[in-house]
Design a protein around this ligand. Sequence first.
Ligand SMILES: Cc1cc2nc3c(=O)[nH]c(=O)nc-3n(C[C@H](O)[C@H](O)[C@H](O)COP(=O)(O)OP(=O)(O)OC[C@H]3O[C@@H](n4cnc5c(N)ncnc54)[C@H](O)[C@@H]3O)c2cc1C
Ligand SMILES: NC(=O)C1=CN([C@@H]2O[C@H](COP(=O)(O)OP(=O)(O)OC[C@H]3O[C@@H](n4cnc5c(N)ncnc54)[C@H](O)[C@@H]3O)[C@@H](O)[C@H]2O)C=CC1
Length: 446
Amino acid sequence: MPKKIIVIGANHAGTAALNTILDNYKDVDVTAFDANSNISFLGCGMALWIGGQISGPDGLFYSSKEILEGKGAKIYMETSVNSVDFDNKVVYTKDAAGKDCEYPYDKLILATGSTPVGPQLPGMSLDNVQFVKLYQNAAEVIEKLGDTSIKKVAVVGAGYIGVELAEAFQRNGREVTLIDCADTCLSAYYDDIFCKRMEKQLSDHGIRLAFGEKVKQLEGNGKVDKVVTDQNTYDADMVIFCVGFRPNTKLGNGQLKQFHNNGAYLTDLMQQTSRPDVYAVGDCATVYNNAIEDTDYIALATNAVRSGIIAAHNACGTELKSPGVQGSNGISIWGLNMVSTGLSLERTKKLGFDAAATDYEDWQKAGFMEKDNYKVVIRIVYDKKTRRILGAQLCSDYDISMAIHLFSMAIQEKVTIDKLKLFDLFFLPHFNQPYNYITMAALNAE
Ligand SMILES: Cc1cc2nc3c(=O)[nH]c(=O)nc-3n(C[C@H](O)[C@H](O)[C@H](O)COP(=O)(O)OP(=O)(O)OC[C@H]3O[C@@H](n4cnc5c(N)ncnc54)[C@H](O)[C@@H]3O)c2cc1C
Ligand SMILES: NC(=O)C1=CN([C@@H]2O[C@H](COP(=O)(O)OP(=O)(O)OC[C@H]3O[C@@H](n4cnc5c(N)ncnc54)[C@H](O)[C@@H]3O)[C@@H](O)[C@H]2O)C=CC1
C-alpha cells in the first residue's frame, strides 16, 4: 500500500479518485491540489441555469473541500501545481498568497482536465466574448445577462455545449445565432438524418443557423458588436465560443508519452501513464475506445468519473482494468431527445471501416395507446464483414435515453447485428411494441 498519494486537480475525475481512495483504503495519506476555488461543478447545469430551467447553481455541486477533508484527505484549494519532478517524485505548488511549497509522493494521479479551445482571431479580447467551462464562467455570463442591452447572442460551435446554450439563451429572451464551420450541428455525434432533426428543432424555436461558415473576426468598440464570418456579418452583443476542449498537460509535456492527436496523456487500461507510479484520468487523459478498438480522446464527465475510480484502485494496489468506453452521450433540446454511442456511419467512413447502417422509424408504444405515444427513429451502424455493432443513434420526443445503454454494452462486448435480431426484448403496451423498433432495425439489416 502506498504511503502518500497526491491528486492534482479535484474536479470530476480528481474527486472520483479521492472518494474511491477515502472510501476503500485506510491509512493512505492522500492530498489534493486544485487551482480553482470550487470542486465538482456540473457544467451540464450551466445551460439549465442560463435558460431558467433550474432556479440557481446550488445543486450543481456534489462535493467540496469540507466533504473530502471530513473523509480524511488534505485538500488545498486555489493552489496550483506549477511543476512535477517525476524522477524524484515531488510536486511544486504555489498557493493564492503566492507561497511556494513542495510535497513528495509515492503515487501521483493527474486529473488536470481540459480548457476550452480559443481560436486566435482578431477581436477575441473584446468585452462580452466568453468561454464556458468553470462555475465562474457561468456566473459571469449570468451576471452580464442582467444587462438588457445584451439582446443578441452569437454562439460559435454547434457541438454539445453550443446547441445546449443556444436553447438556453433563447429561453433567456435573447436572439440567438448559432455558427459552426461544419454543415450542420452535432456532426461529431450523429449522422445527417439526426442532425437535420435537431436543426429543425432549433430553427422552429427561433434560432438563426449559420452552418458551413468560418468565423474570421470579431468587431466592436471595447465591447463586441459583430461576428464576421467568411460569408456573413452577424450583430452580436455577446459571443460564446464552444469549439471543443484541449487537454491540460503542461505538467507532463515532454515527460510523459502523449497522444498524437492532441497531446493528452497516453494511458493504459489501468490509467497508468508512461511512468509506472503516475496515473492520468479524465479530460487530460486518453481512453480506450471499444468501437475503434484503439486509443482515443473523449472528454465526458462520465469518462472522468470512471477513470478516476480505476486509477485510485490501481494506485492503492488493487489491479483494476477499464473495460474501455463507447463515448455514449445524449442531448435534450426543447423536448427533442437524441442519444448516441460508438460511431456514426459518417465517422466509420472517415476511419476506413466497411460499415452499413440499418434504420427504422416507428411509434414507441402499441398503436392503440392513444396518449403519450411518440415516433422514434433508430439507426444501428455495423461492420459489414465482421457484423460487429459499431454504433447506434436514437431520436424521439419520448424519453428513449435508456435504450442507448444496450448498444453501449453491445459495442463493449463485440455483439454482432445478427445476435440482436432475436434478442429477448419484453413487451408491454404501456412501454413499447411486440415488434420492437430495435428488433425491427436489426432484422432489416442486410
Ligand atoms: C458547459 C458544459 C457542459 C457539459 N455537459 C456534460 C454532460 O452533460 N455530460 C458529460 O458527460 N460531460 C459534460 N461536460 C464535460 C465535462 O464537464 C468534462 O468532461 C469534465 O469536467 C472533465 O472532468 P475532469 O475532472 O477530468 O476535468 P476538469 O473538469 O477540467 O477539472 C480539472 C481540474 O483540475 C484543476 N487543475 C488543472 N491544472 C491544475 C494545476 N496545475 N494545479 C492545480 N489544479 C489544476 C482545475 O482547476 C480543475 O478543477 C460538459 C462540460 C461543459 C463545459
Ligand atoms: N450532453 C453531453 O454529453 C455534453 C458533453 N459535452 C462534452 O464537452 C466537450 C466540449 O464540448 P463542445 O465544446 O461543445 O465540443 P464539441 O466537440 O461537442 O463541438 C465543437 C463544435 O465546434 C465546431 N468547431 C470547431 N472549430 C470551429 C471553429 N473554428 N469555428 C466554428 N465552429 C468550430 C465543430 O464543428 C463542432 O461542431 C465535448 O467533449 C462534449 O462531448 C459538453 C456538453 C454536453
